[in-house]
Write a protein that binds this ligand. Structure first.
Ligand code: AMP
Ligand code: MG
Length: 487
């Protein structure tokens, strides 16, 4: 186990040419203090969790006594936001502190979020507020618990610093941990600047550090793209399986590692609604729940465009190769969705009607305004779990069909139930749960709820009798909670 000083930094990204980044020192917030740290994330880094409660931890992050081995920089990228190309985005309020290499030779990016203005801040203040930082901190833990690839959050800091959004709030900071922070937009930036040599440097960087096995393939750049297509399709299929809505699937918020990144106005659905929009600023529903699959393809199209010069000297050939890979997306996405649909219904045998059976349940759920998470959990134990749940004629009909379908299964009821309980979570991070944690932290400086939720959400599939209330749909006070882009 490492101390903060003995972590082995190997800042490979910082070795890239200047166009890729801009160096800045993190700015501490006024009276910045540690609110919480996640021991599971410390374990990934082989860091002694006790190190995080060291009194000098905060000052080590700021400029006063710089953290040995770190080399803070903002990463440059661009991207398509709501379909429009924005030529320069980049880390406007985040800094890559450095990259830690573990004994097992894994690289982990350590990034601060909310650490002050950078070259890429545009009109922004470079800060993050407590409300959105708590939401990201909790959701990183929730997704990890669900087994969905995501950036992680090592530590959460509060402060006395005033930050203005729609109202006066306080500033906060997060240490984000990820295999890497390269986005589709990292490639787009170089392509639209016509920097094809740098584009190649970036692709080689990704291959060397993240996908070395692909270097032996016949067309490594095409294999890299193909891998990203595959990972992205599977990631979004996983979102669909738990009712997760990302909210801002701009191409700068899409990771080449196939992990969930940039938690803003995300939400886990309570009542199922196919076209649920979790982001109040998304007027047209571009990023609605049932659009996430197709939007993934749009974003991959943006990445394909940016990588074209790498695929072939002839533009026609390059387009053909890229198109060939893009065409695979829908199949991978649909297969992954179908697999998760069968698993959620506890179906081992495969019939052509399984997808339809699942989709018809969604239709009933939408009509009856049923809770997404709880309906599937109820199916795990149809005899006992329906207590208190309304059961319309449509649902009764569907359940009859479902029972009939189960008759051809060879697994026994108990094994099926066990398997279903491993894929249909009891607990997800509902907006109202995050909201309680936020209010307690903001109004009373009481951080116990954050701690409680991190523990709960690490085991979302297990019944935790003391926490039954967290398996409930929103209480009345939270029925109309809205989440905007402001963070
Ligand atoms: P997001 O919607 O959070 O993915 O952010 C889009 C872009 O705006 C990124 O380049 C961010 O770094 C930048 N950004 C968001 N909020 C701020 C802020 N408060 N200050 C500076 N840049 C920001
Ligand atoms: Mg972003």
């Amino acid at each position: 186990m490492n101390t903060l000083e003995s972590l082995r930094f190997d800042n490979v990204y910082g070795g890239l040419p200047g166009i890729f980044h801009s160096r800045h020192q993190p700015e501490l917030l006024e009276n910045q203090y540690l609110i919480h740290f996640n021991t599971r994330v410390a374990d990934l880094l082989e860091l002694d969790p006790g190190e995080l409660s060291r009194p000098d931890f905060v000052s080590l992050i700021g400029g006063t006594s710089a953290w040995p081995g770190t080399d803070p920089l903002a990463m440059c990228y661009s991207g398509h936001q709501f379909g429009q190309y924005v030529p320069r985005l980049g880390d406007g309020r985040a800094l890559l502190l450095g990259q830690v290499r573990t004994r097992g030779n894994r690289l982990w990016d350590l990034q601060l979020k909310g650490s002050g203005r950078t070259l890429y801040s545009r009109q922004g203040d470079g800060k993050a507020v407590l409300r959105s930082t708590i939401r990201e901190y909790l959701c990183s833990a929730a997704m990890t618990g669900l087994g969905i690839p995501t950036t992680q959050a090592l530590a959460l800091f509060g402060s006395d610093e005033h930050v203005y959004r729609e109202q006066l709030e306080t500033g906060a900071m997060l240490i984000r941990v990820a295999p890497g922070h390269l986005r589709f937009g990292s490639f787009e930036f170089l392509f639209y600047q016509n920097r094809y040599d740098d584009l190649k440097i970036l692709a080689d960087f990704a291959l060397d550090h993240y996908y070395p096995v692909l270097k032996d393939s016949r067309e490594p750049y095409l294999s890299l793209f193909s891998t990203i297509v595959d990972l992205t399709a599977r990631l979004i299929a996983q979102w669909q399986s738990v009712g997760f809505c990302h909210g801002v699937m701009n191409s700068d918020n899409m990771s080449i590692h196939g992990i969930t990144i940039d938690y803003g106005p995300f939400g886990f659905m309570d009542r199922y609604q196919a076209g649920h929009i979790c982001n109040h600023s998304d007027r047209t529903g571009r990023y609605a729940f049932n659009r996430q699959g197709p939007v993934g393809l749009f974003n991959l199209g943006c990445l394909a465009q940016a990588m074209l010069p790498l695929f072939d000297q002839s533009p026609e050939q390059a387009v053909e190769k890229a198109t060939g890979e893009l065409m695979k997306y829908e199949g991978i996405f649909d297969d992954a969705c179908l697999k998760s649909k069968r698993a959620k219904l506890g179906l081992h045998k495969e019939t052509d009607e399984d997808g339809r059976l699942y989709d018809d349940l969604l239709t009933v759920m939408e009509r009856d305004q049923l809770d997404f998470t709880n309906t599937f959990r109820m199916l795990c134990s149809p005899g006992s779990g329906r207590n208190g749940m309304p059961c319309s004629a449509d649902l009764t009909d569907w359940l009859t069909r479902y029972r009939k379908r189960l008759e051809i299964e060879e697994t026994n009821g108990r094994d099926r139930r066990r398997a279903m309980e491993r894929v249909n979570p009891r607990y997800v991070l509902r907006n109202w749960m995050a909201e309680i944690a936020i209010r307690k932290a903001r109004d009373e400086m009481d951080y116990s709820e954050i701690d409680k939720l991190v523990g709960l959400l690490a085991r979302p599939f297990d019944e935790q009798p003391d926490f039954q209330v967290y398996a409930s749909p929103p209480p009345d006070w939270a029925a109309r909670l809205s989440v905007s882009c402001s963070s």
